[in-house]
Design a protein around this ligand. Structure first.
Ligand SMILES: [Zn+2]
Ligand SMILES: [Zn+2]
Length: 286
């Protein structure tokens, strides 16, 4: 028996082990990135909120210290709470993963339905299974996502069919929170007239204001983009890759077969919770 004959097999095995270990490392890195995004958002938001609320000149601090139960004292924690809840829902919920054809069930659609339906025109080479219309494979999540919008590193999750509306509500709540924080900073910074006293008291507020300006501009721009796309019945991915997407190629820029008019687009976005069968709809058009 020639011992060297085993070498090719050993090499193949080693190659497989190496590939598996690289894939494991990549999965771990992605998992840590998701956790880091959530911790980062929580720590940054709470630091800014604490920096404003614990400033002795802020209206909320003065009201709480004096025992005055003002509307702001009730309203501000509610906005903070809503913003955090929406963030965590959008970040942790299933964005609309296409069920993997190994018997995994998604609650709304099982694998049998997926394979038997007319999705065969698209195929995901990474998931090795049919890909529904308007879905896209996300390399970060390593899954196909229905009505894929984008992978949001800030959420550590994809934005897709299921969590797109929660994501938009989060952007609106976050904008309201940023605006409220900014107005509190403005009001607080006007209370001290002496320059030295102002710097001593408001040094942290300046840092908070800088974070809020950057965050506010980003969140507002993102919210405006999403309003525009929702009105036109498009997703971010469809808008950016319009000319490269097979089912959109023949449509003019910024239009799609999924544009039902402003009102119906908004209604569908806000009120349709069930999985949409876009293949059936496209078939009905032809
Ligand atoms: Zn895929
Ligand atoms: Zn993703």
């Amino acid at each position: 028996m020639d011992p060297f004959r085993k070498l090719p097999d050993d090499k193949q095995e080693m190659q497989l082990v190496l590939e598996e270990s690289t894939a494991d490392k990549a999965d771990k890195r992605k998992k840590y990135n998701r956790i880091a995004a959530r911790i980062g958002h929580t720590v940054l938001s709470l630091s800014v909120i604490a920096g404003i609320c614990f400033n002795p000149n802020s209206s909320i601090y003065r009201s709480a210290a004096a025992g005055n139960l003002t509307l702001e004292l009730y309203l501000f924690p509610v906005i903070v709470f809503i913003s955090f809840v929406l963030y965590y829902i959008a970040s942790l919920m299933n964005p609309g993963y296409v069920p993997i054809a190994t018997g995994e069930e998604d609650g709304e659609e099982d694998t049998t339905t997926l394979i038997k339906s007319d999705h065969a025109s698209y195929f995901c080479r990474w998931c090795d299974q049919p890909q529904p219309l308007r879905s896209k494979h996300c390399r970060e999540c390593n899954r196909c996502v229905r009505r894929f919008d984008h992978h949001c590193p800030w959420l550590g999750n994809c934005v897709g069919e299921r969590n797109h509306r929660v994501f938009l509500y989060f952007l609106i709540a976050e904008d309201m929170l940023i605006f409220k924080c900014f107005s509190m900073i403005w009001e607080t910074s006007r209370r001290s007239n002496e320059v030295l006293e102002w710097i001593q008291l408001n040094g942290i507020l300046v840092v908070c204001a800088l974070i809020l300006v950057i965050g506010g501009l980003a969140v507002t721009a993102l919210a405006c983009c999403h309003f525009y796309l929702i009105l036109h019945g498009l997703t971010t991915w469809e808008h950016v890759s319009h000319s490269r997407i097979t089912y959109l190629k023949r449509w003019p820029e910024d239009s799609s077969p999924f544009n039902f008019g402003y009102c119906k687009n908004c209604f569908m976005f806000c009120c349709y919770c069930s999985t949409q069968n876009w293949e059936k709809y496209i078939k009905s058009l032809t």
